[in-house]
Write a protein that binds this ligand. Structure first.
Ligand SMILES: [Cu+2]
Length: 109
């Protein structure tokens, strides 16, 4: 019940990244037919680490791209792949698979 409600919340307004002991705003992103969560809210000026974990073999999701940050990474199935960014400007930045079929959004406040 809690899980259902939690994911509903995530879908509605995005999830706020937690601050880890290393000073990173960190979120785990599940890659399976899409990104969960697909809207991530972070604070400007603090380093961000998004840990992508892909649990499917569909070719569609094998890369993740952050065009605004000039970053991309391969996501081998079952491996956690960290993407580190330093968002210095507030705004909304999309991330996507290499074909643009799966999409997510990083909101910098
Ligand atoms: Cu794709």
């Amino acid at each position: 019940m809690f899980i259902v409600w939690f994911f509903w919340l995530v879908k509605k307004q995005g999830i706020k990244a937690g601050l880890s002991s290393s000073g990173y705003q960190e979120v785990m992103v599940l890659v399976k037919g899409g990104y969960t969560p697909d809207v991530i809210v972070v604070e400007r000026g603090k380093p961000v680490r998004l840990n992508f974990i892909r649990t499917e073999s569909a070719a569609c999701s094998e890369m993740v791209l952050f065009p605004d940050f000039n970053k991309s990474a391969k996501l081998p199935e079952g491996e956690t792949v960290p993407i580190e960014l330093l968002p210095d400007k507030a705004g909304e930045y999309e991330f996507q698979c290499q074909m643009g079929m799966l999409r997510g959004k990083l909101i910098v406040e």
